[in-house]
Design a protein around this ligand. Structure first.
Ligand SMILES: NC(=O)c1ccc[n+]([C@@H]2O[C@H](COP(=O)([O-])OP(=O)(O)OC[C@H]3O[C@@H](n4cnc5c(N)ncnc54)[C@H](O)[C@@H]3O)[C@@H](O)[C@H]2O)c1
Length: 435
């Protein structure tokens, strides 16, 4: 990053460019550590004082980041604050706040607006502002651009604004965050140049696109592509079940084709902060242009139906064993939305447990990463996983295949195991039923 981007007092003192990260969650914390590792002087800002206090004491707040990584960075000078005044002398700032869906599946950009409004009161001239939060195409220019120019600064001249979608995959140990190519587009060419200069020392590869709008659409394409293909395969899984065909074998065989096919796998339903949500940013924006997005809506409807399909299959399996769901004890294994994370946002397990409880089944769950789970008004606590508990359950329902699970023991003890993830593919046992 060129020192001419901004000449802050602190940076001038230390000789290091000073960068800020706003929002220290699943995206912002790893990014702030990566920026620190790249040699920047980093200040991370979060409005949640508990998060800031925990990080400042050298403890991690997310499962993907080890305490030691935070502690080392704190010892090495990374600064975590709850006050935006710490951003008054930064050369660049990355914004990583939540962008959930609001009522009627419309984008809720209130966190971004709040963050940018707070930033606007302190941001120095010459600063580069990079939005990481997923937004609809055009939002970076419309929202950030508008708020930051309120005080007379000109985009691309006095302040530089870009969008760079976060592409991390929590729980995936195969890719370091900095090894994932970083797509980036500026509101103007100069904005793109400045933002690329900030990220090039951090990421192995920066992929420039021509505009912030393109970068915004890249993110939505990636996640809509996943949501639609998962929807297709979830539909096929239901067809395959009726045909008495093993969908998993079919997918693996199809995936031997060296071109033109990419495997996607069925599951109990979408989860997390991205795949179930991001396509609606696209369909909302398309709707504003008078364009329908039936693929997105169809995939969503199939995917949203999967928890109900799973419950129906559990009922089917219990019936063949002479047990009604209302008299059954169900042990749910894994409630995080994906393996080896503690994140339960939008997890299909919540809907599944809610439906099972609605049928008056007795439901317990075990998840080594999630000690407590709120399902509407009820708070469930993870029960210890013992051979006795596995054997006592009328149905053991594997929703999330954490690597900590001893599948051999689960298969051995369960009298009826319903496996939504094909974790039992190596076991040929008539007590096991796969999605
Ligand atoms: N989690 C993922 O796997 C993932 C992957 C790619 C993209 N994203 C996107 O990245 C964005 C952030 O997601 P996340 O999972 O890190 O969210 P998160 O909820 O884990 O973290 C967001 C943090 O922002 C803080 N915050 C909220 N408002 C703030 C404000 N005004 N100022 C400062 N801090 C504020 C919150 O306290 C929280 O700590 C979202 O747009 C999400 O869609 C997430």
């Amino acid at each position: 990053m060129s020192r001419s981007v901004a000449g802050s007092a602190t940076a001038a003192t230390t000789g290091q460019p000073r960068v800020g990260v706003v929002g220290l969650g699943y995206v912002g914390l790893p990014l702030s550590l990566a920026m620190h590792a790249a040699g920047y002087e980093v200040v991370g800002v979060d409005i949640d004082e508990t998060t800031v206090a925990t990080l400042s004491q050298g403890h991690s707040t997310i499962s993907d980041v080890a305490d030691a990584a935070v502690a080392d960075a704190v010892d090495d000078g990374i600064d975590f604050r709850s006050d935006y005044s710490a951003l008054a002398d930064v050369d660049a700032v990355s914004i990583c706040v939540p962008t959930p869906l609001g009522k009627s599946d419309t984008p809720d950009l209130s966190y971004v607006i709040d963050a940018v409004e707070r930033l606007a009161s302190v941001v120095p001239e010459g600063c580069t502002v990079i939005l990481e939060s997923t937004v609809y195409p055009g939002a970076t220019r419309e929202i950030i651009g508008d708020i930051l120019t309120d005080n007379g600064m000109r985009i691309g001249e006095d302040i530089y604004v870009a969008f760079s979608p976060e592409r991390i995959d929590p729980g995936n140990k195969d890719y370091e965050p900095t090894a994932i190519p970083k797509v980036l587009g500026g509101v103007t060419d100069a904005c793109g140049d400045h933002a690329a200069a900030v990220y090039e020392p951090v990421f192995e590869e920066v992929v420039r696109v021509d505009a912030a709008t393109e970068a915004e659409l890249v993110k939505l394409l990636e996640n809509t592509f996943r949501a639609v293909n998962i929807g297709l395969i979830n539909e096929l899984a239901q067809v395959a079940h009726e045909l008495d065909v093993n969908i998993w074998t079919v997918i693996d065989a199809a995936a031997t084709k060296p071109f033109g096919f990419m495997p996607f796998y069925p599951g109990p339903g979408l989860g997390g902060h991205c795949i179930p949500i991001d396509p609606f940013f696209l369909s909302w924006k398309a709707g504003q242009q008078g364009i329908d997005t039936p693929f997105i809506e169809l995939a969503d409807s199939v995917n949203r139906g999967m928890p109900g399909h799973v419950v129906g299959r559990v009922v089917e399996g219990l019936n063949t064993r002479g047990t009604a769901l209302s008299n059954a004890e169900i042990l749910v294994l894994g409630v995080a939305y994906k393996p080896d994370v503690s994140d339960t946002r939008e997890s299909a397990a919540i809907d599944i447990i809610d439906q099972l409880a609605d049928w008056e089944a007795t439901v317990h769950y075990h998840d080594p990463h999630v000690p407590e789970l709120d399902v509407l008004e009820t708070t469930y606590e993870s029960v210890p996983l013992t051979a006795e508990r596995l054997a006592a359950a009328d149905c053991v329902l594997l929703v999330t295949d954490h690597t900590a699970f001893d599948i051999a023991e689960i298969v051995e003890e369960a009298s009826f195991l319903f496996d939504t993830r094909n974790a039992t593919s190596e076991y040929d046992d008539d007590t096991v039923v796969r999605l």
